[in-house]
Design a protein around this ligand. Structure first.
Ligand code: ADP
Length: 627
């Protein structure tokens, strides 16, 4: 038997490992199962190049929990190690690796932490074990070795009588980690980290009832057999070629990934690139609607089929973090902090690639089946609109598939819309006027007024729309977006000469005085000579102020404080309306007040502004009138 002292500069690194990674003790299992997987894949490779002359067979990795003995066994059938290799790889490589890791970790711990805490490897075993044994037999014709270490730098190494190829790691679980001896805990961890690892993983057995034979007698008792309980799918969909997969396969994989998710995804994007970096994965567009809900089923990051994290911030462009699915890339550095990740050139390339793939897929879907794309628009628009705002590369491509629906569900691209509106919807400076509504019900009367004139009205109801239209206007000097209730429709789109006013200047001045006597200061009164059929009183909310206010409420940079501004309203009075004449010509002041207030309330009603006490008073007054 050999005993020795492992050469480490830190006298005892185990307390350090425990301390630094306190919240992540559970990764020990992932690390050890990964080592077993690597050892198995390495053997496969050696056999394929003729280096190892042994039978590969159907290797699995087995996890056994011995609750009474307080032990966990991780057993693989990989290439194994000779005694010399244990000296080299475990005593030297693994230890120096652990030291290096700790050095890095100490620095970035102050930062936001290392993603997934990858890289600790074999020594993560000491986060949960007070003693670790390795019993290993190499594929080479050499005796098996037995290594033991209790966490101090002293170890023992002696021959063992293991005859089958592979490595068994035995963890003697420490008193403060006994929770890991629960089957449910281990199967939970295997399900989280190892669900798609490339070598079958056995945890326990399951019984299966055999089918009853056809000629079975009356009193036949069903036979059962014990089978290995394999907890993973070693060949998940993303490792296959898109050409091998049907729509149903993609949907099945979605269910496998999120068993608790019952809604089907709208479509998927298969990522597959091997140069200049390696990345595979499948992203799904879920049904999103207009609310940016907090997500529980997030995109998962894997590395060679090993789960790392579901915090993909910095790797996936922010607007796509609302998607679901997985990405797998060995080229994402995991032992750096998040801020380091964002500065990493390779990671930036990956993020740009994902953006481009998503844009290309959307364009293809749009071109292949526009009707289907339109039908899905409401569920995907929030991601796309957010993408246009946050990623210039996406914005550039978005023109080809981003849609602008009308209140009557006709969908235009921006180019189509420009073409459509250029005849009929321009303002006095020749700019295209894009009329839109934010809410079909609340702005119903304004929408109707615009439609009566033959104008197209868009329905743009995303919470971030004001930011987006601001950006689009900035890039398209020839067009302007105005909400239908931002002014009287005839002021928004000037078609012919102004209507001649029925009232003289003196009459207008008198009308204004009478109106202002009864109308609250919050409204600025605006007299307009319009078609006599046009609504006599309407309340409008100027586009610019309303948009700025909305932008500041949904996180517009540099506009803090505007969210607290009061709403600004105009009262537009049609001087050519019969009501305007009546108000002007009424001698009886009480009656005049009555007319103005009733008209104001009606205008408020159609802008959804009449509420509470004012609404009660209005209803009461109106009943009086029809008695
Ligand atoms: P890493 O896996 O990142 O190299 P580890 O600390 O996990 O670092 O392991 C150090 C070395 O020990 C590995 O590179 C490998 O050579 C050897 N090793 C660990 N586990 C096994 C195993 N189950 N079978 C064979 N070799 C192993």
């Amino acid at each position: 038997m050999t005993t020795g002292k492992i050469n480490v500069s830190v006298e005892n690194i185990f307390p350090l490992i425990k301390k630094f990674l306190y919240s992540d003790h559970e990764i020990f299992l992932r690390e050890l199962v990964s080592n077993g997987t690597d050892a198995t894949l390495k053997l496969k490779h050696l056999i394929s190049i003729g280096e190892a002359k042994v039978e590969y067979g159907n290797p699995i990795i087995e996890i056994k929990v011995d609750k009474e003995g307080k032990k966990i066994h991780i057993i693989d059938q990989g290439l194994g190690m000779t005694a010399d290799e244990v000296e080299k790889y475990i005593n030297q490589v693994a230890f120096s690796g652990a030291e290096e890791f700790l050095d890095k970790y100490k620095d970035s711990a102050k930062d936001s932490g290392i993603i997934g805490h990858f890289g600790l490897g074999f020594y993560s075993a000491f986060m949960v074990a007070e003693k670790v044994e390795i019993i290993t037999k190499s594929y080479k014709d050499e005796p098996a070795a037995h290594w033991t270490c209790d966490g101090s730098p002293e170890f023992t190494l002696e021959p063992a009588d293991k005859t089958s190829r592979g490595t068994e790691i035995i963890l003697h679980i420490a008193e403060d980690s006994l929770e890991f001896l629960e089957d449910s805990k281990i199967s939970g961890l295997l399900n989280k980290y190892n669900k798609f690892m490339p070598i079958p993983i056995k945890f326990g057995t399951r019984t299966e009832t055999l089918p009853k034979p056809e000629d079975a007698p009356e009193d036949y008792i069903n036979e059962t057999i014990e089978l290995d309980n394999i907890i993973n799918n070693p060949n998940p969909a993303w490792t296959k070629q898109p050409s091998e997969l049907s729509d149903e396969d993609y949907k099945n994989f979605y269910r496998e990934l999120y068993p608790m998710q019952f809604e089907e995804p709208l479509f998927n994007i298969h990522l597959n690139v091997d140069y200049p970096f390696n990345l595979t994965g499948i992203l799904y567009f879920p049904k999103l609607g207009t609310d940016m809900q907090i997500q529980k089923d997030k995109i998962q990051l894997y590395q060679n089929q090993v789960y790392v994290t579901d915090n993909v911030e910095g790797i996936v462009p922010e607007f796509l973090t609302m998607l679901k699915g997985i990405i797998d890339s060995p080229d994402i550095p995991l032992n750096v902090s998040r801020s380091g990740l964002q500065a990493d050139g390779a990671v930036k390339k990956i993020s740009n690639y994902i953006t481009r793939k998503v844009a290309d897929k959307l364009k293809a879907l749009f071109n292949e089946n526009r009707a289907d794309f339109e039908a899905k628009w409401n569920d995907i628009k929030i991601v796309l609109e957010y993408g246009m705002l946050s990623e210039d590369k996406f914005y550039e491509k978005a023109g080809a598939f981003v849609l602008y629906p009308t209140v009557d569900d006709t969908y235009f691209t921006l180019e189509e819309l420009k073409e459509k509106l250029k005849e009929n919807q321009t303002d006095k400076d020749g700019k295209l006027v894009i009329l839109y509504a934010g809410n079909k019900d609340a702005q119903h009367s304004y929408i109707e007024a615009a439609k009566e004139k033959g104008y197209e009205v868009l329905l743009l109801d995303s919470p971030i729309i004001s930011h987006l239209i601001q950006k689009i206007e900035g890039d398209n000097s020839g067009l302007t977006f105005v909400r239908v209730d931002s002014d009287h429709i005839d002021n928004l789109i000037k078609k012919e000469e102004n209507t001649i006013s029925k009232l003289s200047d003196e009459e207008k001045a008198a009308l204004k005085t009478s109106l202002e006597a009864y109308i609250p200061k919050a409204y600025s009164v605006q007299l307009e000579a319009m078609d006599s059929q046009a609504a006599p009183f309407i309340i409008t909310q100027p586009e610019f102020m309303r948009r700025m206010k909305e932008m500041s409420q949904t996180g517009g940079g540099g506009m803090f404080g505007m969210g607290n501004m009061p709403e600004m309203y105009n009262l537009v009075v049609n001087t050519n309306s019969d009501l305007a004449s009546s108000i002007l010509n009424t001698e009886d002041k009480t009656h005049q007040e009555h007319l103005v207030k009733q008209a104001l309330d009606l205008a408020k009603l159609s802008q959804n502004l009449l509420k509470g006490e004012a609404l009660t008073a209005f209803v009461k007054r109106s009943f009086e009138m029809i008695k």
